[in-house]
Write a protein that binds this ligand. Structure first.
Ligand SMILES: Nc1nc2c(c(=O)[nH]1)N[C@H]1C(S)=C(S)[C@@H](COP(=O)(O)OP(=O)(O)OC[C@H]3O[C@@H](n4cnc5c(=O)[nH]c(N)nc54)[C@H](O)[C@@H]3O)O[C@H]1N2
Ligand SMILES: Nc1nc2c(c(=O)[nH]1)N[C@H]1C(S)=C(S)[C@@H](COP(=O)(O)OP(=O)(O)OC[C@H]3O[C@@H](n4cnc5c(=O)[nH]c(N)nc54)[C@H](O)[C@@H]3O)O[C@H]1N2
Ligand code: SF4
Ligand SMILES: [Mo]
Length: 710
C-alpha cells in the first residue's frame, strides 16, 4: 500500500492470525480525513522469522480494520432470529441485559451457558485471557477446542510427548523436504521461503497432497494420494525401507531406534502387513512412487518433513500422524541440523501460570465439556442423559461457527432456536452474528495490546495498539471485565487490565524487558533437547523419554495403523455408490478461514467459491469449466462454480473454503456438506472425510437462491 501522507507514527505489533508464522509487523499511522488511520502495514525487517514480509491477506489488514462495515456500536436483535434485524443500543443497556439473562440462566444451572471461541486472534490476552476467567467464575460449560489441530496434537503428544520440532529456520539446511498435508505458499509463506533457500542450495522438495496445490506445483515432485490415506502411505514407505535394508543397503538407524525409541518391534509387525503393493492400492499411487520416496528418505541427509494439519482432518488423522512421526526416528534423521520434522512448536514455551486461566474461580462447582466440532448436535440436544442441561446461552468470540463449523445445516438450525440466547463479540456482521441476540463490537489487533506465542517458531511477540478503538469498540478482555462488573463480581482476577494480563502470562519466565524494547524475545524453551535438533539424542517428553512408535496402553492407544475414511468406498460402499466423489475443502489462498472474505480487494482476487474437478469427472457429468454446479450429499447442498483443471485427481473434488455463506452464490458454503463425526485421536473435526456428488445447475440469480434442478 503506498501513501504520501505525513506519518504520525509507526507502531510495532504482531499478526494475530491462526498461522504458524506469527509475524512481527509495523503499522504506519497517518491523519486522514479528520481521523487517525493505519495507511500501511509491513513485515518487521529485523524479525528473523518475518524478514520484512507479510502475506498478501494481512498486508490488507488496515483495509479490513477501516472497512465501511466495521461494527462500531453494540446492537440488539429487533426481528426474528437470524433475520439480521438489529438496532443500536448503548453499552450500558447491552451489558446489563446480557448480565441479567446470564445470571437468570446461571441460577438454574450455569452449565447451560457455553462459550464458543477459536483463533480469530491467537493473542493470550484477547484470546482466552479474561474470557476463561469469566466463564470459570460463572461456572459455565467448557469448550473442547478441537476444530483445527487436536488430532495431530494428540498424536504428537502420544509419540514425542512434546509439541516441539525442527527449528523452522533450519529447513534451509535440509537436502530433502517432504511437505506433507500442507500448502505453505498459502498457509505458511515464511516456511516456504526457507524451503526455497534449501531448493536453491540443491534440496529436493516433495509434496504429499491429493491436490495439486500452489505448493505442489512448485515442488520437484508431487505425490497425489487419495484423501485420508496418509497412514497407508507411511506404512508402505516403511515397508519399502525394510525391503531396501533386506536387500543389503543399510537403511535404518538401529542405534537411534535402540537408544531413543520404544515400540518399534510392534510397529514393524504392523508394517509387515502393509506391502508396498497394498499401500499403493489404498493410496491410489504407484508402487514406484512409494519406493522412490523411501529411497529418497533413506539416502538423503539431512532429510526433513514439514507435516501440517491438512492430513489429519479425517477419521484416521491421529493414527496417520503417529505413523509419519515415526519416519525421522527410523532413519535417525533427527541427528543432523536440517533433519527431523516440524508439526508444531507450541510446546517450546513456558507454561502459562496455573492461575492465569482462572480455574480456581470455578471452585468445587461441576463442569462439562462441549466439543466445538459438534456444535450443531450440542445446540439441538434436548438435554438430559449424560449430556446434562440443554444449551440455553452461547457466547461467541474469535470465531464464526455458522461458517466454519462442520455440518452447518445443524449449526444453523441450532442457532435459529428462538429460546437460545446468543451473544457475539465481532468486528463484522458475520454469518454467526446474524443469529445473535446481542452483537458487541470488538477491537482489531490495531486497536488493542496483546502478547503472542507461535506454533511455527519459538519467539514470544508483543502487540501494541496502533490506534485508539474505532467507534465504541472494546477489546475482548475489556468486554469480559465489563460483564463481570455488570454481574457484580469483585474478584481482582476479573479486573486485571490488559497490561496486567500481558505481564501475568509468562510471569518471570521470559525476559519482559527485551520483549518491551524489541517487540519479541526468543522463548527460553526454544532449544529443547540436544543440539543440533531437539531430538538428536532422544530427550522425548514421553514418560519413557523415548519416541513411542508402538502402542501406548497408558493412553488407550493401540499400535498405529491406517484407518479408512468414514466416508469411503472401503468403509461405506453403499454411500460411495450414491456419492462417488471424495471432497476436501482446503483454504483459498487469500482468505484466513472465513476471515477476509468480506474484504473487497481479497474477495475480488478469489472471485467466487470454487469446486476444483478433474476433467474426467466433469465431462462425465456434463460440466464445463466455469459452470455453476450443485454439490450435495444427504446433509445439504452447496452451489458454487466449477474449476475444471488438473488440480484435482480423478474421483476427488476440492471445495475451496471458507466463504461467508451470505457472500457465496446461494447463501451457503462448503460446510453444508461436512459432518460432525470425530477423528480417532483428539476428537477433532474430520472436514476432509466427506463424500459428495456434483451436478450442473442453473446460475443463481444475483444475490438470490440458485435454481436447483429437482
Ligand atoms: N491463506 C490462508 N492461510 C492459512 C489459513 C487459511 O485459511 N488461509 N488457515 C490457517 C489455519 S487455521 C491453519 S490450521 C493452517 C493450516 O495449514 P496447513 O496445515 O499447512 O494446511 P493447509 O495449508 O490448509 O493445507 C492443507 C493441505 O492439505 C491437503 N490435504 C487435504 N486432505 C489431505 C489428505 O488427506 N492428505 C494429505 N497429505 N493432504 C491433504 C490440502 O489439499 C491442502 O493443500 O493454515 C493457516 N494459514
Ligand atoms: N470446510 C472446512 N472448514 C474449516 C476448515 C477447512 O479447512 N475446511 N478449517 C478449519 C480450521 S483449521 C479452523 S482453525 C477453523 C477456524 O475457525 P475460526 O477460528 O472461527 O476462524 P475465522 O473464520 O477466521 O473466524 C474468526 C472470527 O473471529 C473474529 N475476530 C478476530 N479477531 C477478533 C477479536 O479480537 N475479537 C473478536 N471478538 N473477534 C475477533 C473475526 O472477525 C472472525 O469472524 O475453521 C475450520 N473450518
Ligand atoms: S504469514 Fe501468517 S503470521 Fe504472517 S502476516 Fe500472514 S497470516 Fe500473519
Ligand atoms: Mo486451523
Amino acid at each position: 500500500m503506498s501513501h504520501d501522507l505525513p506519518l504520525l507514527r509507526t507502531v510495532p505489533g504482531a499478526c494475530p492470525h491462526d498461522c504458524p508464522d506469527t509475524c512481527a509487523w509495523l503499522a504506519d499511522v497517518a491523519w486522514v480525513d479528520g481521523q487517525e488511520r493505519v495507511v500501511a502495514m509491513r513485515g518487521h525487517p529485523d524479525h528473523r522469522h518475518t524478514h520484512g514480509a507479510l502475506c498478501t491477506k494481512v498486508s490488507r489488514y488496515a483495509e479490513r480494520t477501516h472497512h465501511a462495515q466495521r461494527l462500531l456500536t453494540p446492537l440488539r436483535r429487533c426481528g426474528p432470529k437470524g433475520s439480521g434485524q438489529f438496532e443500536p443500543v448503548s453499552w450500558d443497556e447491552a451489558l446489563s441485559a446480557i448480565a441479567q439473562r446470564l445470571s437468570a440462566i446461571a441460577q438454574r444451572d450455569p452449565l447451560a451457558i457455553v462459550p464458543y471461541s477459536y483463533a480469530g486472534t491467537m493473542g493470550l490476552v484477547q484470546g482466552e485471557g479474561m474470557a476463561e476467567r469469566f466463564f470459570h467464575r460463572l461456572g459455565a460449560s467448557e469448550l473442547d477446542r478441537t476444530i483445527c489441530a487436536s488430532a495431530g496434537g494428540a498424536a504428537l503428544s502420544a509419540t514425542y510427548g512434546l509439541k516441539a520440532g525442527l527449528p523452522v529456520q533450519d529447513f534451509a539446511h535440509s537436502r530433502l523436504i517432504l511437505i506433507w498435508g500442507s500448502n505453505p505458499i498459502t498457509s505458511s509463506v515464511h516456511f516456504w521461503t526457507r524451503a526455497q533457500e534449501a531448493k536453491r542450495a540443491g534440496a529436493r522438495l516433495i509434496c504429499v497432497d491429493p491436490r495439486k496445490s500452489e505448493t505442489a506445483r512448485r515442488c520437484h515432485q508431487h505425490i497425489a494420494l487419495r484423501p485420508g490415506t496418509d497412514g497407508a502411505l507411511a506404512l508402505g514407505l516403511m515397508h519399502a525401507l525394510l525391503e531396501r535394508e533386506a536387500a543389503g543397503t543399510p537403511t535404518l538407524d538401529h542405534d537411534y531406534l535402540d537408544r531413543y525409541t520404544a515400540g518399534w518391534p510392534e510397529l514393524r509387525d504392523e508394517v509387515g502387513r502393509w506391502s508396498v503393493e497394498r499401500a499403493a492400492q489404498v493410496c491410489g499411487v504407484s508402487e514406484a512412487e512409494i519406493r522412490d520416496l523411501a529411497d529418497a528418505w533413506a539416502s538423503t541427509r539431512p532429510a526433513a518433513i514439514r507435516l501440517n494439519y491438512g492430513m489429519q482432518r479425517v477419521r484416521g488423522g491421529g493414527n496417520a500422524t503417529r505413523l509419519i512421526l515415526a519416519l525421522p526416528c527410523l532413519t535417525g534423521a533427527w541427528r543432523e541440523r536440517g533433519g527431523g520434522l516440524l508439526m508444531s512448536s507450541s510446546g517450546q514455551f513456558p507454561a502459562l501460570d496455573a492461575r492465569f486461566g482462572g480455574r480456581h474461580l470455578r471452585g468445587a462447582r461441576p463442569t462439562r465439556v462441549i466439543n466445538m466440532s459438534a456444535l450443531g448436535d450440542a445446540l439441538l440436544h434436548p438435554g438430559g442423559d449424560a449430556f446434562g442441561p440443554r444449551v440455553e446461552a452461547l457466547v461467541v468470540y474469535n470465531s464464526n461457527p455458522a461458517a466454519v463449523a462442520p455440518d452447518s445445516g445443524q449449526v444453523i438450525a441450532g442457532l435459529s432456536r428462538e429460546d437460545l440466547f446468543t451473544v457475539v463479540l465481532e468486528h463484522f456482521r458475520t454469518d454467526t452474528a446474524d443469529y445473535a441476540d446481542f452483537i458487541l463490537p470488538a477491537t482489531t489487533q490495531l486497536e488493542h495490546d496483546d502478547i503472542h506465542k507461535s506454533y511455527g517458531h519459538t519467539d514470544v511477540l508483543l502487540n501494541r495498539a496502533a490506534l485508539a478503538p474505532l467507534g465504541q469498540c472494546r477489546p475482548n478482555a475489556q468486554i469480559f471485565r465489563d460483564l463481570a462488573r455488570a454481574l457484580g463480581w469483585t474478584e481482582p482476577e476479573l479486573a486485571a487490565s490488559d497490561s496486567d494480563l500481558i505481564a501475568q502470562a509468562f510471569g518471570d519466565a521470559i525476559d519482559m524487558q527485551t520483549l518491551q524494547q524489541q517487540g519479541w524475545v526468543t522463548s527460553p524453551h526454544a532449544s529443547v533437547g540436544a543440539a543440533p535438533t531437539p531430538f538428536a539424542q532422544g530427550g522425548f517428553g514421553t514418560p519413557s523419554g523415548r519416541a513411542e512408535l508402538g502402542a501406548r496402553p497408558d493412553l488407550g492407544l493401540a499400535v498405529p495403523t491406517h484407518l479408512d475414511n468414514y466416508e469411503s468406498p472401503e468403509a461405506d460402499p453403499a454411500l460411495a455408490a450414491r456419492y462417488p466423489l471424495a471432497m476436501i475443502s482446503p483454504p483459498a489462498r487469500h482468505f484466513m478461514n472465513s476471515t477476509f472474505v468480506n474484504v473487497d480487494s481479497l474477495r475480488a482476487t478469489e472471485r467466487e467459491p470454487l469446486l476444483e474437478m478433474h476433467p474426467q469427472d466433469a465431462t462425465a457429468r456434463g460440466i464445463a469449466h466455469g459452470d455453476t454446479v450443485r454439490v450435495f450429499n444427504d446433509r445439504g447442498d452447496y452451489v458454487c462454480r466449477a474449476a475444471v483443471d488438473d488440480h484435482a485427481r480423478p474421483g476427488v473434488v476440492h471445495g475451496l473454503g471458507v466463504w461467508w455463506r451470505k457472500l457465496g452464490l446461494a447463501g451457503s458454503n462448503v460446510n453444508e456438506l461436512t459432518h460432525q463425526r470425530l477423528t480417532d485421536l483428539g476428537a477433532a473435526a474430520a472436514f476432509y472425510d466427506c463424500l459428495v456428488e456434483v451436478q450442473p445447475c442453473d446460475a443463481p440469480p444475483a444475490g438470490g437462491r440458485a435454481i436447483i434442478p429437482a
